[in-house]
Ligand binder design. Structure first.
Ligand code: GRF
Length: 200
């Protein structure tokens, strides 16, 4: 199976996914594509020997034109799966329909809680005892598709959005590779990771 990974920033999730796709893993990364030509993840992907591309959304007159360019570039590699990893552009129903059932995303909240942005601040403001991340299939509605796995962390009394984000990111790096490995092998059963003890 070939996996295209879409990023917008540092690409830490992309990196753990790429590093996991070796040996008997049923998939390999075929492309890392960013909507931001300055995304740090592009250099990390190149260092891993993965082909990269940047399609700057700001150079297109509208979302449809940008997505048409994405689809054209993706068609060159014909991936079996798209993994959104820190990809910060909303995709239209046209795009999500074309890839329905073959596109995953990682979202830094315990969906269905906190769809959209600023998830950690919202969990802290709500006084939640737990937070975490979710990997889900991408559908037309934002952050709403079938959940393929979750990982939880405690919210600590002195947490800021940044300290909570850092704790959640560690779990993202555990969860996403495990879910993608299953998904690429045709297994869509949900994988909820057990909490890591003495987490800080
Ligand atoms: C992180 O905040 C993560 O929660 C979300 O995207 C952001 C950047 O991730 N998935 P990455 O380091 O670019 O993978």
């Amino acid at each position: 199976k070939k996996v295209a990974i879409l990023i917008s920033g540092g690409g830490s999730n992309m990196e753990v996914l790429a590093r996991d796709m070796t040996g008997d893993h049923p998939a390999r990364p075929c492309l890392v594509l960013s909507n931001d030509p300055d995304a740090g993840g592009l250099a990390r992907a190149a260092a891993l020997g993965i082909p990269t591309a940047a399609i700057d959304h700001r150079t297109f007159p509208d979302r449809a034109a940008f997505e048409s360019a994405l689809l054209t570039r993706l068609a060159e590699d014909a991936p079996d799966i798209i993994a959104l990893a820190g990809f910060m552009r909303i995709l239209t129903p046209g795009f999500t329909r074309a890839w329905q059932g073959r596109m995953l995303n990682i979202h830094p909240s315990l969906l269905p809680l906190y769809k959209g942005l600023h998830t950690h601040a919202r969990a802290i403001d709500a006084g939640d005892a737990q937070a975490g991340c979710s990997v889900h299939e991408v559908t037309a509605e934002l952050d709403d598709g079938p959940i393929l796995g979750q990982a939880r962390v405690p919210v600590l009394p002195d947490d800021t959005p940044d300290t909570l984000a850092a704790r959640v990111l560690i779990q993202e790096h555990r969860l996403y590779p495990a879910v993608l490995r299953r998904f690429a092998g045709g297994d869509r059963t949900r994988l909820d990771l057990p909490p890591v003890v003495n987490i800080n």
